[in-house]
Write a protein of this length. Structure first.
Length: 191
């Protein structure tokens, strides 16, 4: 099956459709007890669990969704996370989601990969809005939203139900195409 996603490249990263061959690299971080729950998913209990998740990612285009990018770190060509535009509505909006292996935290990987995907969303997919939400206690994800210059829109109270039935509040951010063009025209991501 031909990929529905382009290959995107930044200074340090290559973003391409996730593959089953990424299973070991993904399992390395997806099994950790503090990764999945911060993003709303259950930690992976086995490598076969990870393979099934990747298969589900690769089925997304069958349901009108875009798919999931694997984040490859050019220095070692290791798959170190994922980034995607999910909950996609053609020519209208999508939601940004990302996960990075904690061995690569603090290096700006989430921001760098997200900028490439945001650019693709507004410039190639003609989106009008990209949303990004995080749990109110996810300080790292909040910082990513702030660094990407997403305007804060508010708290969606009891806005998400986790895999373990916990219901939590979400901080909601959104960037419109107008916001994006202002950021690019004024080079605000580089200031």
């Amino acid at each position: 099956m031909k990929s529905s996603l382009p290959i995107l490249e930044t200074n340090r990263l290559i973003l391409r459709e996730i593959r089953e061959s990424d299973s070991l690299d993904m399992y390395e971080y997806a099994q950790l007890p503090y990764i999945g729950p911060q993003a709303g998913w259950e930690p992976h209990g086995s490598i076969s669990h990870t393979r099934e998740v990747i298969k589900s990612f690769n089925r997304k285009p069958q349901y009108g969704q875009l798919g999931v990018f694997a984040i490859l770190y050019k220095a070692n060509m290791k798959m170190i996370g994922t980034v995607e535009l999910h909950t996609y509505t053609r020519n209208f909006k999508a939601e940004l989601g990302y996960t990075v292996n904690p061995q690569y935290w603090g290096m700006g990987i989430a921001c760098e990969s997200s900028k490439a995907v945001i650019r693709w969303g507004f410039e190639e997919l003609n989106l009008k809005r990209i949303e990004c939400c995080c749990f109110t206690d996810n300080n790292q994800s909040r910082r990513v939203c702030e660094k990407l210059l997403f305007p804060f829109e508010g708290i969606r109270r009891k806005g998400y139900k986790l895999y373990n039935n916990y219901i939590g509040d979400l901080e909601c951010y959104a960037m419109t195409d107008d916001d994006y063009h202002r950021i690019i025209e004024n080079d605000l991501w580089n200031k």
